[in-house]
Design a protein. Structure first.
Length: 192
């Protein structure tokens, strides 16, 4: 069910509303939702055909990516972002090189960064999405800058209640091509 958030609702209000809803989930609900959502991702053509997948290393309030990465590691090449100033760098996933980085997110260490032109699919975290693939992030613009020029398929992963009616966009905002929740897959038709 879509949250009836009106268009005039500001991004910060959306962030507060979603944060409150996430706080109501127990561990079992979080785990079940992540399992259902990532099961849907596994069946998308974009994921099936991808060799190189840029994931996010989930925070406790996000759909957990940890089991999914472990399940597919070795069959897909996973990459994670690392904060470098106001931008994100992309590095290969290697559990042994993860260290607590910016914003208390585990990030890969090393100098072996890769360009976005090597990535087939980007799994994009967000606070909320609408049916058009517009997103409300955490407010720093990291993913907007990262995704601005990529040709990779962009897939947003969220709890179903994070799908809202409409999000007001700004010129620098970059949306996604597909939104996956724990109950559905929405193709946004952002691409021709």
């Amino acid at each position: 069910m879509l949250i009836g958030i009106c268009f005039e609702m500001k991004k910060e209000d959306i962030r507060l509303k979603i944060k409150a809803q996430k706080a109501l989930l127990d561990d079992s609900e979080r785990k079940d939702a992540a399992s259902r959502a990532f099961s849907l991702l596994e069946r998308t053509a974009a994921f099936v055909m991808a060799d190189n997948v840029l994931m996010y290393h989930s925070l406790p309030d996000e759909l957990s990516t940890h089991e999914f990465i472990s399940k597919w590691c070795g069959r897909k090449n996973f990459f994670l972002p690392r904060v470098n100033g106001v931008n994100l760098e992309i590095l290969p996933y290697d559990r042994s090189t993860l260290r607590l980085g910016a914003f208390r997110i585990e990030e890969p260490e090393g100098d072996n960064t890769v360009g976005m032109d090597n990535i087939d699919v980007v799994i994009v975290p967000s606070v909320a999405y609408d049916r058009k693939g517009n997103r409300v992030g955490r407010g720093k613009g990291y993913y907007d800058r990262l995704l601005a020029d990529t040709t990779a398929t962009r897939i947003g992963m969220i709890y179903d209640f994070q799908l809202i009616d409409e999000i007001e966009t700004e010129p620098h905002d970059v949306g996604v091509d597909i939104v996956i929740t724990d109950s559905r897959v929405l193709f946004t038709k952002r691409r021709p």
